[in-house]
Write a protein that binds this ligand. Structure first.
Ligand SMILES: Cc1cc2nc3c(=O)[nH]c(=O)nc-3n(C[C@H](O)[C@H](O)[C@H](O)COP(=O)(O)O)c2cc1C
Length: 255
């Protein structure tokens, strides 16, 4: 059984690679075979075809599609650039061909490794793709540099779970591709983070800083701002919550 880790960042030793590695280590601990590849090593081009997805063969090398087809489970990691996954990963997603994708277990990781903005929108792109490709994706993992160690530990467990799922494949029911959407939509409706927006992002980022920068001179002030943000959220006042969460975040971001 093979768990394939796909690194979408052009940086070989960057955060995306570390995060993908953690998931692969978890998978390997269950006895699964693992392999890590870097998209930057393949000749991947933007999809500039005129017709349908079948033209993808022109833009992603066949050996890469074959590897994704052979793999029993995928770990896909992408860096966040300007609030979205990077273009290299998107180009791969646009054109790779995986004929046996129904129910294939998958795990997506998006690392917003700078400001942290885009941690949810990045991971949402990956999971929209998994959904459209009818894979059985687990544990959306929005990552930031503020809580890397905790995320690496979580990914180890996600990797274990992914490998266990790969040993008992569960395709979505339905005679053909178009018959499966009810099951798919229901499955993805229960995954976390897929409905989060930029207000949720700043709430999360403020939380991460408050919990990891307790020695910061602005900590008390930031905590007050975050408390107000929570109260605004409880009242459904999301615009006010956004302002207060950003204030808490700004207070703690600079050393
Ligand atoms: C063009 C570009 C845009 C970026 N935009 C964002 C961003 O919107 N939010 C963020 O948190 N980090 C952003 N970053 C920082 C990357 O997410 C960060 O460097 C991350 O660690 C990259 O992954 P890597 O270490 O695997 O290369 C950006 C980096 C680049 C090069």
């Amino acid at each position: 059984m093979l768990v394939l880790g796909i690194v979408g960042s052009p940086r070989r030793e960057g955060r995306t690679a570390s995060l993908v590695n953690a998931a692969l280590q978890g998978a390997a601990s269950t006895g699964a075979d693992t392999e890590r590849i870097y998209l930057v090593d393949y000749q991947i081009r933007p999809f500039v075809g005129q017709g349908g997805a079948e033209e993808g063969v022109r833009f992603v090398p066949s050996e890469l599609s074959a590897l994704c087809t052979t793999a029993d489970a995928l770990v896909l990691g992408a860096p966040v650039y300007f609030g979205e996954i990077n273009g290299l990963t998107k180009d791969f997603m646009d054109s790779v061909r995986i004929p046996n994708e129904n129910g294939k277990p998958a795990l997506g990781i998006a690392i917003a490794g700078g400001s942290g903005k885009g941690l949810y929108s990045g991971v949402q792109s990956l999971y929209h793709w998994f959904y459209h490709r009818q894979m059985r994706a687990i544990d959306p993992t929005p990552a930031t540099r503020f809580v890397m160690n905790a995320t690496l530990a979580e990914l180890y467990h996600s990797g274990e779970r992914l490998a266990q799922m790969a040993s008992q494949l569960r395709p979505f029911a339905g005679a053909g591709r178009e018959d499966r959407w009810a099951e798919l939509a229901a499955y993805y409706a229960d995954l976390p983070y897929l409905r989060c927006d930029m207000v949720d992002e700043f709430m999360t980022l403020a939380h991460q800083l408050v919990h990891t920068r307790r020695d910061h001179p602005n900590w008390e002030q930031a905590m007050d701002a975050l408390r107000l943000a929570h109260e605004s959220m409880m009242r459904g006042e999301r615009a006010a919550a956004a302002r207060q969460a950003v204030q808490a975040y700004d207070l703690l971001l600079q050393a």
